[in-house]
Write a protein that binds this ligand. Sequence first.
Ligand code: GAL
Length: 508
Amino acid sequence: MFRKTLVNLVLVLVMLLTLGLSAVSAAPLAQEELSYTIKLGDTLWALGEKYLGSGFAWPALMAATNQKTIEDSTFAYIANADVIHPGWKLAVPSEEEAEAFMAAYDPDKPALLFGKRASGQLIVGSWWTAGGEAEGLAGMFRIYREKYPDVEIVNATMAGGAGTNFKAGLKTRLIGGDPEDTFQLHAGLEAESYSAEQYLEPLDDLYASEGLEAVFPADLVTMLKAYGGHYWGVPVNIHRSNVLWYNKAVFEANSLTPPANFDEFVTVAEALRAAGITPFVLGSKDGWEAGHIFEDILAGTLGAEKYNGLWTGDTPWTGADVAQALENFTMMLGYANPDHSAHTWDSAGEFLIAGTGGMMIMGDWTDGWFTSKGFTGYGWAPPPGTQGIFVALSDSFAMPAAASNVENALNWLKVCGSLEGQEAFNPQKGSICARTDCDPSLFNAYLQSAMVDWGQDAIVASVAHGAAAYESWATDYKDVLTLFVASGDVAAAQAGLQQACVDAGVCQ
Ligand code: GAL
């Protein structure tokens, strides 16, 4: 009865609530304990006093709990503030959140106490249109729809591997103030190319409230904060750039094993050629693929440490080893399909599936693509020289500062970081989880091998996919390699790579 009187009183004295909240000191829960399980004798009033600094803040507790139960049914639904039961799980907002809620709360409109189902749109930008990646994305959409059934997802994709077309369009939309609500962003230095401080929302608060820092490996966390010390995206995966895929039946028929070094590559390629098979399949149509393959050749020729040094200025681009890497690439190109400039990474992969091509170097989205095509006859190995090296990249989702549907975007980012989101996405995408707690049994043999390698290899950053260098440098690098594939001029390419490093301000 006494409680009821207080509850009624609060409806009248709402103007005083904010004052009351800031005046009394509370006992906030630690970030990782944002929930509370009701014990015998608890009242919302007393819990408001204990956790939010004032009993008057009970509506904030009720509203937070009723909001939370919409997406997580382990939380209670409180229909009547005076009727709560031991064992019920409450969501406890922070003092700031409670204050903000009480400032907006109007007792004449009690609907706010009962939670609001998310509605409207969620516009998701990415370049995931190929087999495997499209299915992975659809898997995350399914999880999102289960939680937020009233939100319409707009799948705003733009085809073009590695984001070649998507990234340019996104820049225009960001500058024009009309971006997607969330978009695909490589972990690492890529954030700089979107002037992150100006156009993106830092996600540090989300990381704190969702406890995300603890669920990703340290190497990845470092990569995520590489630009400006802030989190700009929530990672959904870890991809490997350096994989040599081969057609198992072709290799078996010719008694071949995948080449571990460049000399062996020649031997294997000669045998394939003699058998009438294109030894090395390649698509270079979109202008990034040569740069991708060459980063793996650089790692395989220079080793992990010297490869890293290329991006910090510690390894010169003018050295004999870089020239050797270009020679190695020349050798491989000599075994490639002559029509590579007409092919994308996936259309080139068709040669491998058909058994008219023997080997291909491409990131492990190829595993998702093969799977989506129902092709199981593929083998994998580190490209020449890269045993024990994992050339890594990670896809994350970011939120523009000008996103129209902020709540929906934040909910999307929570799904991106969640275990269920990552388990729905990665087995189809052909990547391993960014989280460390995914169930390995959901993944195929290739991906299980990638998990093992990620745990034991030297991790180096991919430049072709936004991790190792600023986008402007990465673009110059890729342009040099695209030109090289056409010209074959080693000296000119090496000079171009050095110039790109100078222009980036890293080399003298
Ligand atoms: C990468 C991206 C991968 C995959 C690939 C091919 O940049 O990180 O997720 O989409 O491009 O488009």
